[in-house]
Structure formats: structure tokens, C-alpha cells
Design a protein around this ligand. Structure first.
Ligand code: SAM
Length: 277
């Protein structure tokens, strides 16, 4: 959709973009096409988060086998149902995506995400759908946090947690003037691809507690933050032993510990817990 079409719809319906819902609509059709192409969704099943007025949706349905588009705004989802009433491969769902689950298997998740809850949306995509690929438009800083590695300035709990499930494939920046209204921030489209070996649930749960604990005590050493953590209950000796087995220096801080090392640590802590049981 271009800017004229979007302004026409908003005007005809007496609406203005809802800032609280992060409604910055894509009005650059070339960018919309580039996002959809980067997702590689030909004949695939797609879940779209926050379709808005359908800038990406109208291209997605031309390529994908099917599209489920989940939109929180009642007026907009009504508009979309009308707009796509003659398309047989799209389902419009009026729902808060953070509360939405279904039993479909999706190959890809695509979305120009509302920035106020983009990390929650990413975790919900992983927990509820876990598609092979995910293509998100995010605030540039958020993308940096998502794809940074241990030791980078932007590395944090989000980077470590998401990279247990997905690795970085590609990204590109999008000019602010590709949106209406023009946002204050710069946006980046990032493509993530699912990792091959995902650990079993018990280890994943321990991994998340370990990462949360380590970053909770960010300025502390990993030995201290894990021993004092309000999220888990290991003695200083148990943490020290698990760190040694994982070949992690106990004086390191969370921001210098890689996802792989956190995983090793979680496995060793889990073994210790199995032993206790
Ligand atoms: N995809 C459209 C585009 O590119 O023009 C709209 C993108 S706009 C940045 C974000 C969209 O997500 C808005 O339509 C907004 O109403 C919707 N949204 C916001 N919060 C949501 C939520 N929790 N669940 C589903 N949709 C949401």
C-alpha cells in the first residue's frame, strides 16, 4: 500500500494511527516487497504479526500457501476482513498476538512489529509457534541487541536467550520515511533461522534461569550472581563446581559469557539437580 491509499482509508474511517499500538504503517511498496522476498515464503505457511492495513499481507498472500494474520485493533481487523474477503488463503484473526495460540504448524513468522512489545512478541513466537524462519522489522537498537555476541556492547539476556533457538541470517535498514507516520527511530529488518540442535525442555528451562540470574546480577561476577539469585537455589559450592566443569572463569560477568557457555553451565547445573533428586 502506498501513502495515498493509507491516508484515504484513515480519512474515510475517521481514524488516525494509534501511537500506543505502535501503528507506523509501511508506505513504501518496494520495501514491503523486499521484506517478503527476504522471508522466502513461496508455498509456505505464514503467521503475520500486526498486519495493520495490509502492506505486507497483500504481498504475502501472493506467495505463501496460507497466511494467518493476527491484529489487535478491532477497526483494522474489520477493514482487513473486508479487504481480503475474496482471498482464499488468508485468515484474519482479531486478537492480541501475545495471547494468541493455535494448533497450526507455521514455516515462517513475519511482522513489522509494534515496538512497545517486540521482545515479548519474539518470545511468544518461539514458545507458541517456533517456525523455521522469522523475519521481523524492529527498532535498530533492538536488532543489535538480538544479534550481538558475548563481549559486544549490546549483548544481554535477550541476545543469549534468543540465540539458543535462532541464528542470524541477514538484515537491512529501512529509511524512516518509508512509514506513515514517520517514526522517530531507525528500523531494521532482520531474518532469523532456526538452529538445528535444540536442547531438551529441562535443560532449556535451566538455561533461561541461568541467563536470567547472570544478567540480574549484571555488575557481579557470575559466581556471585548465580549463588545469590532469587530465581534459583544453588549453593556457592555447587555453582563454583558447575562453572569449573563448564570451563567458565568464575570472575567473569554475564556480558562476557556466550550462549554456548551458558548452555554448558545450565547442563552442569541440571546434572547437579538430578543428582540431588
Ligand atoms: N504490518 C503493518 C505495516 O507494515 O504497515 C503494520 C505495522 S505497525 C508497526 C504494527 C501493527 O501491530 C499495528 O497494526 C498494530 O495495531 C498491531 N499491534 C500492536 N500490538 C499488537 C498485539 N499485541 N497483537 C497484535 N497486533 C498488534
Amino acid at each position: 500500500m502506498n501513502k495515498t491509499e493509507i491516508l484515504k482509508y484513515l480519512h474515510e474511517n475517521g481514524l488516525s494511527p494509534n501511537k500506543k499500538l505502535g501503528q507506523n504503517f509501511l508506505v513504501n511498496e518496494a520495501v514491503s516487497g523486499k521484506i517478503v522476498d527476504s522471508a522466502g515464503i513461496i508455498r509456505k505457511t505464514v503467521i503475520e504479526i500486526g498486519p495493520g492495513l495490509g502492506s505486507l499481507t497483500e504481498i504475502l498472500i501472493q506467495q505463501a500457501a496460507s497466511v494467518t494474520a493476527v491484529e489487535i485493533d478491532a477497526g483494522i481487523s474489520g477493514f482487513l476482513s473486508e479487504k481480503f474477503k475474496n482471498s482464499s488463503n488468508i485468515k484474519i484473526i482479531h486478537s492480541d498476538f501475545l495471547k494468541y495460540i493455535d494448533s497450526e504448524k507455521y514455516d515462517a513468522a513475519v511482522g513489522n512489529l509494534p515496538y512497545y512489545c517486540s521482545s515479548e512478541i519474539i518470545f511468544h513466537v518461539i514458545d507458541a509457534f517456533f517456525p523455521e524462519t522469522a523475519v521481523f522489522m524492529l527498532q535498530k537498537e533492538m536488532t543489535e541487541r538480538l544479534i550481538s555476541k558475548a563481549g559486544d556492547a549490546a549483548y544481554g539476556a535477550l541476545s543469549a536467550s534468543v540465540s539458543l533457538y535462532y541464528h542470524y541470517d541477514s538484515s537491512f535498514n529501512v529509511d524512516r520515511h518509508s512509514f506513515f507516520p514517520v517514526p522517530e527511530v531507525t528500523s531494521t529488518v532482520v531474518k532469523l533461522v532456526k538452529n538445528k540442535n535444540i536442547p531438551e525442555k529441562q535443560v532449556r528451562d535451566m538455561f533461561h534461569l541461568t541467563v536470567k540470574s547472570a544478567f540480574w546480577g549484571k555488575r557481579k561476577t557470575v559466581l556471585k550472581s548465580l549463588s545469590d539469585s532469587p530465581f534459583m537455589n544453588f549453593s556457592r559450592t555447587a555453582v563454583s563446581e558447575a562453572l569449573e566443569k563448564s570451563e567458565i572463569d568464575e570472575k567473569l560477568r554475564a556480558e562476557n559469557i556466550s550462549t554456548e557457555k551458558f548452555l554448558k553451565l545450565a547442563e552442569n547445573l541440571q546434572k547437579d539437580r538430578d543428582y540431588e533428586i
